[in-house]
Design a protein around this ligand. Structure first.
Ligand SMILES: O=c1ccn([C@@H]2O[C@H](COP(=O)(O)O)[C@@H](O)[C@H]2O)c(=O)[nH]1
Length: 246
């Protein structure tokens, strides 16, 4: 059954805010879910697990079905390597790619310049600030002494200076970033957990409704949907729950 047929209000969404994180160890499991979805209702994310197992061919299968694909490989290396890896990723035809902001401004700038050679075909280029699994004590243990939110803001400011399109952060920081960096700077927020669901390994969690209220542009949601006994229904319920905030 298609998602559209399950949710009336969801039918009208033309800029779907939910990015379903396909973290599976078998492509057949992922495709079983994808077969039930519709590109007007959600976007898809391919991360390190599926890309390492199944490579560009898997990504192309999703694009061939007209899904917007966020290729979440979080590149972090010297500027030349990251710029070339991002160009290769972009050439797959994905909608969004990302690098770690902590790779620095030379890395982000060189990558921006590389993607600009693609003109309007370039995907959105996003920087990861602080992983949503991390807490402030963990950040301090790495030697970062400022507060976690100050660190996220500082990394996001660097990404904006380098003309990236936005950042990955927790929706806990979304209001702060929108206030300081403006409406157009895109906020992609994993660590989304509906009430009464397991936080798993995520630390900085926010409900779907509060994430949108705080200013998130896109919600990355994996296990609350993919590990649900009825993934389609869970996606529909979350999708419907955020409509009033849009
Ligand atoms: O800071 C980050 C950056 C990326 N992720 C990715 O998002 C999904 C979240 O999955 P859940 O199952 O909803 O926890 C996953 O693919 C991560 O690699 C993140 O969680 N935090």
């Amino acid at each position: 059954m298609k998602l559209q047929s399950m949710s009336k209000s969801s039918e009208k969404v033309s800029d779907p805010k939910i990015i379903v994180a396909l973290d599976f160890d078998q492509s057949s499991k992922a495709m079983h879910l994808v077969d039930q979805l519709d590109p007007t209702l959600c976007r898809l994310k391919v991360g390190k697990e599926m890309f390492t197992h199944f490579g560009p061919e898997f990504v192309k299968q999703l694009i061939d079905r007209d899904f917007d694909v966020f290729l979440d490989l979080k590149f972090h290396d010297i500027p030349n390597t990251v710029a070339k890896a991002c160009l290769a990723a972009a050439e797959l035809g994905v909608w969004m790619i990302n690098v770690h902001a902590s790779g620095g401004t030379a890395m982000m700038t060189k990558t921006r310049q590389a993607l600009d050679t693609m003109g309007s075909d370039a995907p959105l280029l996003i920087a990861v600030t602080v992983l949503t699994s991390m807490s402030e004590p963990e950040l301090h243990a790495l030697g970062v002494q400022r507060s976690l939110s100050d660190h996220v803001l500082a990394l996001a400011q660097l990404a904006k200076q380098c003309e990236l399109d936005g950042v990955v952060c927790s929706a806990q920081e979304a209001q702060l970033l929108k206030q300081n960096l403006g409406e157009k700077f895109q906020l992609i927020t994993p660590g989304i957990r509906p009430k009464n669901t397991s936080s798993d390994d995520q630390t900085r969690i926010v409900t779907p409704q509060n994430a949108i209220k705080n200013g998130s542009d896109y919600l990355v949601i994996g296990r609350p949907i993919t590990q649900s006994s009825n993934p389609l229904q869970s996606l529909c319920e979350i999708s419907d729950s955020i409509q009033t905030q849009l």
